[in-house]
Ligand binder design. Sequence first.
Ligand SMILES: Nc1ncnc2c1ncn2[C@@H]1O[C@H](COP(=O)(O)OP(=O)(O)O)[C@@H](O)[C@H]1O
Ligand SMILES: [Mg+2]
Length: 264
Amino acid sequence: MTAVAARDLTILYDGEVVLEGVTFELEEGETLLLLGPNGAGKTTLLRTIACFHREYRGELRVFGKPPCDARELIGYVPQSHSLNERVPLTALEVVAMGGIYKKGFSHFKIPREILEKAEEVLDFVGLAHIKDRLFRELSGGQKQRVLLARALISDPKLLLLDEPLSALDPSARAEVSNVLGKIKSERGITTVITTHDINPLLEIGDKVMLINRKLIAFGRPEEVLRDSVIKSVYGPLARVIPVGDRLFCITGDFHIHRHGGGSR
Ligand SMILES: Nc1ncnc2c1ncn2[C@@H]1O[C@H](COP(=O)(O)OP(=O)(O)O)[C@@H](O)[C@H]1O
Ligand SMILES: [Mg+2]
């Protein structure tokens, strides 16, 4: 089944086009890496698929339905969470909140079935042992895994993750990438992941989409990640380097050191 289908999708803010004429299909179980420079429209596309933003033209379907009719099927993890860290919530409570939205609760008592499910998904992301620690005291990688667990608690069929690796150090990135790999291999959930560094995620990407205010390329990684395509968005210094049987993309943050010179 097709999980996400867009045909000639144009997304606007207050009548201004920010992303134009996007057409693609993502099959159930596939992982899509959504790549593009800052301001390209990645978050906007994700928010539109999630029904948080509704100003668009063209056709957009999530499991055959308009996005706002498919909300129950979607788990969304924004780039920065909006939890008030002054509220002393434990990791388990943060995850359980993801279930409460759906079921409703009274007297601020979290139903047992939701707590049990929360423990199960915390275990899945490898954090069962810190369930009673305060969320605000966790490391960046642990917080991101808790937020993934919070999205997983409602058994989404489509996961939308906005820059899940940004602002993490390399070891936390590996931690979170491992969980993303597990979500794919063990749960088979259709996932869209936005990123400006595609390299740590390439292994789990079935499809890659490159956008920059419009669709630049969409397809299998080896189809999209070609020098000519990457250079058209990121400039002449961008390139794709084969490393063994893998690809490595250089798209920005260049630090070219010259003898006696500075960087850049
Ligand atoms: N709420 C908003 N209102 C108006 N314009 C917005 C809003 N959010 C984003 N934009 C504009 O849409 C464009 C794409 O932004 P965004 O989707 O956040 O890009 P990315 O996630 O790729 O960095 C930017 O030019 C941004 O200024
Ligand atoms: Mg963004």
